[in-house]
Design a protein around this ligand. Sequence first.
Ligand code: NAP
Length: 296
Amino acid sequence: MSKITLALSEFVAGFWRLADWQLSLTARRQLIETYLNLGVSSMDHADIYGGHTCESLFGDVLKQAPHLRDGMTLISKCGIRPAIIGDTSRYVNHYDTGRDHIMHSAEHSLTNLATDYLDLLLIHRPDPLMDADEVAEAFVALRQSGKVRHFGVSNFSPAQFSLLQSRLDFPLVTNQVELSPMSMSVLHDGTLDLCQQLKIRPMLWSCLGGGNLMTGVGEKAIRLRGVLEHIKQQTGAADISQVVYAWVRMHPSRPHPIIGSGKPERIAMALASDKIKLDRQQWFSIWQASTGHSVP
Ligand code: NAP
């Protein structure tokens, strides 16, 4: 199997919340340019974000400023089909990794993002009815047409990843998974071990627990904040988000964290975490605050 690499920026910009930010076209363009100017050139989308509106909100910027496309890597996802209220033919949220849905969804993403090709298409969630041969058929067709250059998955277990990979003669380039001090299962269920084994770099979503690490009032969030604050002082970090980004990036699979904020100052803060280095005891102090117990 030929090794095809896709160079994602170290940090990736996430646009799940783009519709929530209610930005004008000018402000959306400024945000995208801010990311690009800071060296964050990989843009993470999904067909369904913002009730299927986020890709278009982003694509409107590319229609206004098409030259920005060349400097970025566009990522999208497919495979989740939400129910539509009042539509009797779409009455339940479900997954669909059938060939036709993957093809249609990718076409829609191209139109909405105002681009001729996606750099990377991911299957958003593992589908219990996934027929790996059908997914492979869709991937091969999209690849041959030049509409999608690279493929990967999201939230896949090692077994699900290996199943799909077994049907492809080109490598899946990533598994986009949740990792934060609030949610550590991929550290222990083999997901990141497989990435390391295959030398593919995972992408990480909700590294800040969706903001919960900063504002959560639950026992775990409060316990974690205390430890993160302490390590912030020890390391000279500017805020606890920097400690968290340093913590997730310490994993040897060399993950790409996805930034979920639309605020330039928080984006800059995330990127400046590059200078913060944790030692093993600091890393395990955060692990311990997450689990509520010491390592065995
Ligand atoms: P996150 O960084 O964990 O959370 C971002 C949220 O935290 C934003 O609402 C942000 O608010 C808030 N926040 C950041 N810093 C804060 C602070 N200092 N104080 C208070 N709140 C703060 O990331 P995420 O948005 O959950 O996920 C990131 C990206 O991952 C998404 O955009 C999407 O691309 C991807 N994703 C993928 C999947 C998947 O299944 N593959 C699932 C979820 C997400 P402000 O905007 O106000 O800064």
